[in-house]
Design a protein around this ligand. Structure first.
Ligand code: GLU
Length: 303
């Protein structure tokens, strides 16, 4: 059996919030409880949204929780050339095509029913356009006709995604000449030897895209596991509207890491509420199947 090897992949777009911290904790427990390895990767491609020092702060927060890693940090910014090579490969095989549509064009060309699983479904306007060179263009992946992606999610069970209707041709290289998340993640997971990915369920649709990219690039994909997102009492995804839910905030309020770990682990039904614990304590009898499948609901803990 292959040794499990996974990654913690924070985006330095702000401070780590409790939802991310919970996914990272589960990813780490899932790997370490089976003697697996952990890679730390900073997903810093989203230039305008990156905040100074956010990467260092995220790593400090992970360490405070007791989550460690064997390799990295790897920064995606340092690897643009590698992603560009992958793009060239996709171009040569005609897996991708240039697209000059702006977001507004896509919105106007898309009627509401096409807004599906994960945002707008690109109607394919540029598929057959002759575009030689344009000031601003992105590259889109050409989804084969009747494309059905099926995979076994280690946590969420069997998945089946009709890619044409549910997702559409997606961007692999952005208009500002930066690689898109989808491409970078696939290239990195392969290059960094990642054979297992555990992350939040918001990325389930992206898994279909990433499986297509793995195949187009001739790379063996990792196994995926998606855990439920944390929601507020209003049913919406945990965010600023629910108050300050950053890990930093609770640290500043004087919470110990033991209290925070207990809080995060209780969301997964691993310990009862109010327990204080450590990452190594949680490791002892961890199994992914013990994580309750319900979406945790956020309520303000007593200070
Ligand atoms: N960097 C992404 C995030 O923080 C995670 C991407 C992934 O796990 O594939 O949401």
């Amino acid at each position: 059996m292959m040794k499990p090897r996974g990654r913690l992949a924070p985006s330095p777009t702000g401070v780590l919030h409790l939802g991310n911290a919970r996914s990272f904790l589960l990813a780490w427990l899932d790997l370490r409880s089976r003697g697996g390895e952990v890679v730390l990767r900073v997903e810093d491609l989203d230039g305008p949204r990156n905040k100074p020092h956010a990467a260092e702060e995220a790593m400090a927060d992970l360490k405070w929780l007791g989550l460690d890693w064997d390799e990295g940090p790897f920064f995606q910014r340092d690897r643009i050339d590698v992603y560009r090579e992958a793009l060239q490969h996709l171009c040569a095989k005609e897996w991708v095509y240039p697209c000059i549509c702006s977001r507004k064009d896509v919105e106007e060309a898309t009627s509401a029913p096409h807004e599906n699983m994960d945002g707008l479904v690109y109607p394919g306007t540029c598929r057959s356009r002759e575009i030689v060179e344009a000031e601003e263009m992105c590259w889109r992946f050409r989804i084969p006709n009747d494309c059905l992606i099926e995979f076994q999610d280690r946590f969420a069970g069997p998945q089946s995604i009709q890619v044409n209707e549910q997702l559409g041709d997606f961007v692999v290289w952005n208009r500002n000449d930066d690689p898109a998340y989808q491409l970078a993640v696939v290239v990195d997971d392969h290059a960094q030897g990642v054979n297992e990915v555990l992350r939040g369920a918001d990325l389930l649709p992206s898994t279909a895209r990433q499986l297509l990219l793995h195949e187009a690039l001739g790379l063996g994909p990792p196994q995926y596991a998606h855990v439920p997102l944390v929601r507020g009492a209003d049913g919406r995804r945990l965010a600023k509207r629910h108050g300050d839910t950053t890990l930093r905030f609770f640290r500043e309020q004087g919470w110990s890491s033991e209290r925070m770990l207990g809080f995060l682990a209780s969301w997964s039904g691993l310990v009862s509420e109010g327990t204080e614990t450590t990452a190594s304590e949680l490791l002892k009898d961890f199994e992914l199947k013990k994580v309750v499948p319900d979406e945790p609901v956020w309520s303000e803990p007593t200070r």
